[in-house]
Design a binder for this molecule. Structure first.
Ligand code: G6P
Length: 611
């Protein structure tokens, strides 16, 4: 993972870099570091968050118009000051920042050790910059040529920036498998893992493609590929508002993003769905929609919360499109020699669009002849570029590490895809199609209503904040919601939680139930309501503490449960969009009460670019 940012121009680089690193902290926060050209090539780095680096460099003379910084999610080597980036080359004339993994670093390192190189860290990255310098000295070539030659020899994934003591206007960046954006300002350039550190200064950007190298030298940007072919930079305008990446008065990004959901769901449907005219159009899919209509089978690949969205989609697609669907963890799919045939369609779901396992699953499915659709949030990220077609979720930047608004936007897009296919296929009646369209348009208002439960959920959170375990149960469309509720809680509050299909409880988890065990039921009025009520009774009989998410006006469950949370009614296939809201709020409040860092939970990162 890791976040990288670099600047060259006429401003103070350190200010831009520190601010940029804070925006990229969602990508990792094990350590942070900065390199500046200021009477030498100086590197300052510290274990911990960017704020610790900031405290460390305070008061030092940081004046420099060129520099680069890094926030790390540790892969090679524990998080400490030595392993933090930037790393120096052997002569300390070069420095590098790197997001990714150099897989053949060990063999390169052995060669370099034989030549007398000494390493200060355990990282693959330090080996990389020594290797670049070694090539430069051996070949007597320019630095950008040495970087290019080194890139032809390394195996793995990278987004790097290299700077040199000998050239105060030079930054060299390259990518393969990890994202990198170059911001083009007036007489200044920015480089970063995403556009968030850049948009304050310019909205003109160039997204580097794999195997491309960007060289900024003396105020000019040139791009070439690793085969040494010059390329014309494709400058795009990013449509990203500064407010979207700031907390806007909320205490944490996560709660801001939870409360943004009425808007993000609406944005996701805007221009695509109109129940009055019966219009449902997803522009990005237009050329390929028939492939979906005629698909023999659909395989959904994703990780984490996106995988849960895939599970809901499985129910939806099978019910309305009558296409068999398999939902796979991308990390399993890629390594188990799966059967993928030409008539299969693969849907890859990813908030970041950068998840390494999902990207690898896409490559594998593509090599077997499948058509791939992407459902991603980050515009211009790697997955949308690796797929044949797709639809963005348009949820806006999601910064809290625990995914919330991206999940509901993913469900919204997947529902729209499924309905569009079902209509073309004739596997849904016009009446049902229309009913679902109308109700989809009502969802933002109902989510808004569910958000009004916030203070009630705060009270419930207070009651259970010290629990050591939690069980989440649901059936049908609400089963993936139970999984998502449990994931949210464990991610940010570090309480062990399990999600289970309610009916499966009797095959194991029931043994865990005693008077200490909170059990969250998603028990809305749907086709399995009566059965879920029986499961509540079973938990009650064993003295479990029941918290039930029910449909407004449900008086029956109120008599059994210790706490009920009433959500607005909706059609059964759309309930996940509403039922997940109280679960997001519950985990948020519990985590805050336990003093956890909700936006940056320990050991996690938002964009997982390593396998
Ligand atoms: C990480 C994040 C999760 C996310 C998962 C998949 O684990 O912490 O929030 O659900 O990656 O990420 P993606 O960007 O592919 O949806």
């Amino acid at each position: 993972m890791c976040g990288i940012v670099a600047y060259v121009g006429h401003r103070q680089a350190s200010d831009i870099i520190i601010k940029g690193l804070k925006r990229l902290e969602y990508r990792g926060y094990d350590s942070a570091g900065i390199a500046l050209l200021n009477q030498g090539l100086n590197v300052y780095k510290k274990k911990g968050k960017v704020s610790e680096l900031e405290a460390f460099i305070k008061g030092q003379n940081l004046s420099s118009c060129i520099g680069m910084g890094h926030t790390r999610w540790a892969t090679h080597g524990e998080p400490n000051d030595e392993n933090a980036h930037p790393h120096y080359s052997a002569t300390k004339k070069l420095a590098i920042i790197h997001n990714g993994i150099i897989e053949n670093y060990n063999s390169l390192k052995q060669d370099l050790l034989r030549k007398g190189h000494r390493f200060l860290s355990e990282t693959d990255t330090e080996v990389f910059i020594h290797f670049i310098e070694d090539i430069k000295e051996k070949e007597g070539c320019s630095l950008d040529e040495a970087v290019r030659l080194a890139l032809t020899k390394v195996v793995g994934a990278y987004a790097i920036v290299v700077m040199s003591l000998e050239d105060p206007t030079l930054l060299i960046a390259a990518r393969k498998g990890s994202p990198l954006v170059v911001g083009v300002g007036k007489g200044e350039f920015f480089m970063a893992s995403d556009a968030t550190p850049i948009i304050e200064y310019t909205n003109e950007v160039v997204y580097l493609n794999d195997q491309e190298i960007a060289v900024v030298n003396k105020g000019k940007l040139t791009i070439k590929n690793t085969a040494n072919l010059p390329l014309t930079p494709y400058v795009q305008t990013v449509d990203l508002a500064l407010e979207a990446i700031e907390k806007g008065g909320f205490e944490h990004f996560m709660i801001k993003e939870i409360f943004e959901q009425p808007r993000s769901i609406k944005d996701c449907m805007r221009g695509r769905l109109d129940s009055d005219s019966g219009r449902l159009v997803l522009g990005g899919l237009r050329d390929y929609i028939n492939k979906l209509v005629h698909a023999d089978r659909m395989i959904i690949v994703a990780c984490g919360t996106s995988w849960h969205a895939g599970l809901v989609a499985e129910y939806f697609f099978e019910e309305f499109c009558r296409i068999p669907v398999e939902v796979e963890y991308a990390s399993e799919f890629r390594y188990r020699n799966p059967i993928v045939r030409e008539g299969d369609v693969v849907i890859a779901i990813s908030q970041s669009g950068e998840t390494a396992d999902t990207l690898a699953a896409i490559d594998l499915a593509k090599s077997k002849g499948a058509i791939i659709f992407g459902v991603c949030n980050v515009v211009g990220s790697s997955i949308p570029r690796a797929t044949h077609a797709g639809a963005y979720t348009h949820a806006g930047p999601e910064i809290g590490v625990a995914s919330t608004k991206a999940f509901t936007a993913q469900l919204t897009v997947l529902n729209m895809i499924a309905l569009s296919v079902a209509q073309r296929k004739g596997s849904i009646t016009e009446q049902k199609f229309h009913e679902l369209l109308v109700e989809m348009e009502n969802i933002p208002i109902k989510v808004e209503k569910a958000l009004q439960l916030n203070s009630q959920i705060h009270t419930i959170a207070d009651e259970f904040k010290n629990a050591r375990n939690f069980l989440y149960l649901g059936r049908g469309y609400n089963f993936p919601v139970a999984l998502e509720g449990a994931l949210k809680l464990k991610e940010i509050s570090y309480i062990h939680a399990e999600g289970y299909p309610a009916a499966e409880m009797k095959h194991g988890p029931i043994a865990l139930i005693d008077e200490e065990m909170p059990v969250v039921f998603i028990a809305t009025k749907d086709s399995s309501y009566e059965k879920v009520v029986s499961n509540i009774q079973e938990v009650k009989a064993r003295k479990g503490r029941v918290i039930a998410i029910v449909t407004e006006g449900d008086t029956h469950i109120r008599k059994m449960a210790e706490f009920v949370i009433e959500v607005p009614p909706t059609l059964e296939p759309l309930m996940p969009l509403i039922a997940v809201i109280p679960l997001q709020l519950l985990s948020y409040h519990i985590a805050v009460m336990r003093g956890c860092n909700v936006d940056q939970p320990r050991n996690l990162a938002k964009s997982v670019t390593v396998e």
